[in-house]
Design a protein around this ligand. Structure first.
Ligand code: PBG
Ligand code: ZN
Length: 324
């Protein structure tokens, strides 16, 4: 049936009809808010390229966590900026590391908020790579044991879920095995299964102070040109025991998100990364775009493409807009 019998505008003609036929919804329950916890006290330092996002010491992280919970956002994703870094990222798996202390503080003072931790070495290594360096490159298999120890120490400190972001082969299996060995078989793993080597992480590296001191991450993160490979990456993480799989970055990779949605039954997360946030904020500050409208449209695009969970620096604003 085509025009004039069919008129698409009939069901678009008023707000009530549009509401009735809307195919996609966005809820505060879909959101995860990332935060950067810094060693020290009294710290609240705005990331210059990410307006509204801060490196903060633990007491300020706790205060913001309460705000996040009170907005109805179910979870935060934590990154740590340790007091000192070394070649093997010792702070990452230290019981008194920055993240471990932050987890304990949030779990003690902010009930009703889930704490997810980023599991990676790059915030803790002096060379800024996501694993142990051997012969000028990140060594896969020796990094696995450290990642497993890091994940375990997060969980021992009270983390509700761990999210490995390093892109080593076999890390989901290594972490699953380590957690199970210690009786943590109920703790889910949200795997950054499909993570591209992306220029969109630029502002994050300022926030997490994790810029590689030599080379780049292309020997472990994915080539933006590759689509079929994403299915293989996701399949292997699922095989190893991932409970949630993530695509990252978000907006430039909606096709990948849809591919994964069509292929797998697991919950799917998308990471709306720092560079995506900075672009929107920068344009909005100049009055070039309507921030609320553009952000909500972007979130609906993630949901439409198949995401169940959206990790975004806009989460607090979205929660406020949805609650209006
Ligand atoms: C650490 C990590 C990165 C991000 C999340 N975890 C940076 C990177 O891999 O270089 C990026 C998040 C963002 O840009 O918001 N491996
Ligand atoms: Zn990393």
């Amino acid at each position: 049936m085509f025009f004039p019998q069919f008129r698409a505008r009939r069901i678009r003609g008023n707000g009530i009809f549009r509401r009735m036929v809307s195919e996609t919804t966005l809820s505060v329950n879909d959101l995860v808010y990332p935060m950067f916890s810094a060693f020290g006290t009294g710290i609240k330092k705005e990331i210059s390229s990410m307006p509204g996002i801060y490196q903060q010491s633990i007491e300020n992280i706790v205060a913001e966590s309460k705000e996040v919970r009170d907005l109805g956002i179910p979870a935060v994703l934590l990154f740590g900026i340790p007091e000192s870094k070394d070649s093997v990222g010792s702070d990452a798996y230290s019981d008194t590391g920055i993240i471990q202390e932050t987890i304990r503080a949030i779990k003690k003072d902010v009930p009703g908020l889930a704490v997810i931790t980023d599991v990676c070495m790059c915030e803790y290594t002096d060379h800024g790579h996501c694993g142990i360096i051997k012969d000028g490159d990140v060594d896969n298999d020796s990094t696995l044991e450290l990642l497993a120890r890091e994940a375990l120490s997060h969980v021992q400190a009270g983390a509700d879920m761990v999210a490995p972001s390093d892109m080593m082969d076999g890390r989901v299996g290594a972490i699953r095995e380590k957690l199970d060995e210690h009786g943590y078989d109920a703790i889910p793993i949200m795997s950054y299964a499909v993570k591209y080597a992306s220029g969109y992480y630029g502002p994050f590296r300022e926030a997490a102070e994790s810029t590689p001191q030599f080379g780049d991450r292309r020997s472990y993160q994915m080539d933006p040109a590759n689509r079929r490979e994403a299915l293989r990456e996701a399949a292997s993480d699922i095989e190893e025991g991932a409970d949630i799989i993530m695509v990252k970055p978000g907006l430039p990779y909606l096709d990948i998100l849809r591919d994964l949605r069509n292929e797998f039954e697991l919950p799917l997360a998308v990471y709306n990364v720092s560079g995506e946030y900075s672009m929107v904020k920068g344009a909005a500050e100049r009055g070039w775009i309507d921030e609320e409208r553009v952000v909500l449209e972007t979130m609906i695009a993630f949901k439409r493409a198949g995401a169940d969970i959206i990790i975004t620096y806009h989460a607090k604003d979205i929660a406020k807009w949805l609650g209006k």
